[in-house]
Every structure is written in structure tokens, then in C-alpha cells.
Design a protein around this ligand. Structure first.
Ligand code: AHG
Ligand code: MN
Ligand code: MN
Length: 340
């Protein structure tokens, strides 16, 4: 493995990106330190009392696990003091997290899912942290950024990525110049470049979806699944089905092997319809990564990066992965829409 650290890699790339500053590097370094602390705690799960629930319910109506709360607290505590942010948003917090007046501020906005794959925490299955970075719009200088300043079009992200706590701990990120992966070398405590310029195969062999929701899917979604199982698809044979239940882990595998991750809209008991995954802290950062790796991300028909969020915790259906596979999904959805 190379000896190139994330900081060295960023400095190299910053020369090519005139927008980039040393402040951005320090933002990434603070994120890395937070992730190392989270990784350390995740590895100790089972030995110390970090398994199970806190007894609280988060803004999404989900039960909060102790490690969710720990990861969220680490990120908020560290990033608040980084001196380069003007606001943050977390999957676990209902409102924006502002930087109090006594702390130095910058013009970056950080949005994160502190621990993704909560249901896998207690069973030793890979989980992750997802992050997305925007710049505060120019000319806006007031103390607290408004919600409108945070709810920027998803294609305005300047950086996104994830940390995956798996058989090794990795960081995968993009600043719009390709996707690069680093593996934590525990003996030196640094993330070292292990996967430079990652590209997702155009044609996947894997589909990842929670198929237990079959009965709440519309006919177009059912046709999508039938396509991937058929012998008349591009492969000429059924795809393999792999579903971990941690978006980070399912995405990471598909990025390396090729494939499509799907979380389609479901018709719910109350008749409403919608996706589960969060646009700002899950779908958009992954969409930026996948496009930089040569893949695609849509809600079925609309490109995820074209979304302009209307609320902080907006949810969206998600189809993300290999180009041919996502294009096929869009073709099937479009056909069904035209038939209506
Ligand atoms: P989180 O743990 O941050 O709440 O995210 C869980 C997400 C995502 O990681 C995963 O792909 C999906 O929820 C799993 O949902 P289902 O259990 O409905 O399949
Ligand atoms: Mn998540
Ligand atoms: Mn989470």
C-alpha cells in the first residue's frame, strides 16, 4: 500500500482546485479524527457498554442506539470547534446545528449521518459515517446561516464521502476530481491511499434491495426486480442479490464489484408514498460519489444531484450504482409513467 495520507492527497489536488484552501484541509482532518474516535469505539463494541438503545427516539422516529448517539456527539463536539464551519446538520438532530458566537466560524456547511446501518451495530456487521460539505452561498455573512442557505441544490456539494467501519476502516471521498479510497493503518493511525481513482463497472452483477417490501411496491418497481432476476437482462442470467442493510456497506461493495442499490418508494399503510433514505445526509453524498466514479443515481427518473431540497430531513427513493443498471431502471419507470 502507498504511503500517501489523505492530507498529502488533498494538498496535491488542491493545487488543481483554485477554490480549495488550507481551511478545507483542516475541516477534512477534523472529520478524520472524529472518524478515528468513532472507529475505536465501534471496535470495542461488546467489550464496553456501547451496545443497545439509549431509550430515546430521534427526529426520524427511529430508536437511537448508544453508538448512534456517541458518533453524533463526537462529530458535533469536534466539528463545532473546527473553526471552519458556519452550520451543521445531522440525521439525528431535528434542526440545524449552529456554531455558537464564542467559537470561530468559517463558511463551510457540514451535513452528516453519524452512524449509518444502525440495525447492524450490535451484530458486528459493517456500518459507516456519511458526510457532505457545501459552501455558504457568497455574500451571505450574517451570524447564523438560514435554512435556505443550507438547502442548496445537491449539485452544489463541494465534497462528500464516507467512512466504513468494516474488516478494515476506510475513508472514501470526492471533491469532484474522482473518487479516492484510503485504508486506516492502525499501526500508524493514518488513512493511507489504497484505492486511487475508483471507477464503478458500467455493468453490475449485483442488486441490493430489501425485497421484503415487495407488497408495498408499485408495478414499475416489481418489473425492475423481475428484470434483474430474469435471463433476458444484460447479463443473460439472474443477478446476485446482496443486501447488508447498511447503505455505506452495500454501496461500497457495489462500487468495487459493480451493481445497483435500490431503496424504492413504498406505499405506506396511511396511503402515502415515499422513500426512506434521507436526501441530504444519505442519497446526495452517495450520488456525488457514484457519478464521480462513472455511475448514476436517480429516484427512478430524476437525477439525485438535480434535487433542490425543500426540507432538512427530506426523504427520497434511491437507485444508485452501475450506469447500465440505473439506466435500465429509469427506462422501466419512464415506460410505466407514459402508460398512465
Ligand atoms: P441509519 O442506520 O442511518 O438509520 O440508516 C439505515 C438505512 C440504510 O443504511 C439502509 O440501507 C436502510 O436504512 C435499511 O433499511 P431497511 O431496514 O428498511 O431495509
Ligand atoms: Mn443512514
Ligand atoms: Mn444513522
Amino acid at each position: 500500500m502507498s504511503q500517501v495520507t489523505v492530507t498529502e492527497h488533498l494538498l496535491l489536488h488542491q493545487k488543481k482546485t483554485p477554490m480549495a484552501t488550507g481551511r478545507f484541509t483542516s475541516l477534512i482532518n477534523e472529520l478524520i479524527l472524529s472518524a478515528k474516535i468513532i472507529s475505536r469505539e465501534v471496535t470495542k463494541a461488546g467489550l464496553v457498554d456501547v451496545l443497545g438503545f439509549t431509550g430515546d427516539t430521534n427526529v426520524q422516529g427511529e430508536k437511537v442506539r448508544k453508538l448512534d448517539e456517541f458518533a453524533n456527539n463526537v462529530l458535533i463536539h469536534r466539528m463545532r470547534r473546527s473553526g471552519v464551519l458556519c452550520a451543521m446538520a445531522s440525521e439525528e438532530n431535528g434542526d440545524l446545528i449552529h456554531i455558537s458566537g464564542d467559537l470561530p466560524r468559517g463558511d463551510y456547511i457540514l451535513i452528516f449521518d453519524p452512524l449509518d446501518g444502525s440495525s447492524n451495530i450490535d451484530v458486528n456487521v459493517s456500518i459507516g459515517t456519511i458526510f457532505s460539505i457545501y459552501r455558504r452561498p457568497l455574500k451571505k455573512t450574517g451570524d447564523k446561516p438560514s435554512m435556505q442557505e443550507v438547502l442548496q441544490s445537491c449539485d452544489k456539494q463541494i465534497c462528500s464521502g464516507y467512512f466504513i467501519y468494516g474488516s478494515s476502516t476506510m475513508m472514501v471521498y470526492t471533491t469532484g476530481e474522482g473518487v479516492h479510497g484510503f485504508t486506516l493503518d492502525p499501526s500508524v493511525g493514518e488513512f493511507l491511499l489504497s484505492h486511487e481513482d475508483m471507477k464503478i463497472p458500467d455493468q453490475g452483477k449485483i442488486y441490493s434491495v430489501n425485497e421484503a417490501y415487495w407488497n408495498s411496491w408499485d408495478p414499475a418497481t416489481k418489473e425492475v426486480l423481475a428484470h434483474f432476476k430474469s435471463t433476458t437482462n444484460n447479463l443473460g442470467q439472474p443477478y446476485s442479490s446482496r443486501y447488508i442493510g447498511s447503505l455505506v456497506a452495500d454501496f461500497h461493495r457495489n462500487l468495487l464489484y459493480g451493481g445497483i442499490f435500490m431503496y424504492p418508494a413504498r406505499t405506506l399503510d396511511d396511503g402515502s408514498k415515499g422513500g426512506k433514505l434521507r436526501l441530504l445526509c444519505e442519497a446526495a453524498p452517495m450520488a456525488f460519489l457514484v457519478e464521480q466514479a462513472g455511475g448514476l443515481a436517480t429516484d427512478g427518473t430524476q437525477r439525485i444531484l438535480d434535487y433542490k431540497p425543500t426540507e432538512l430531513h427530506q426523504r427520497v427513493p434511491l437507485f444508485i450504482g452501475s450506469r447500465n443498471d440505473v439506466e435500465k431502471v429509469a427506462e422501466i419507470y419512464t415506460k410505466h409513467q407514459e402508460q398512465k
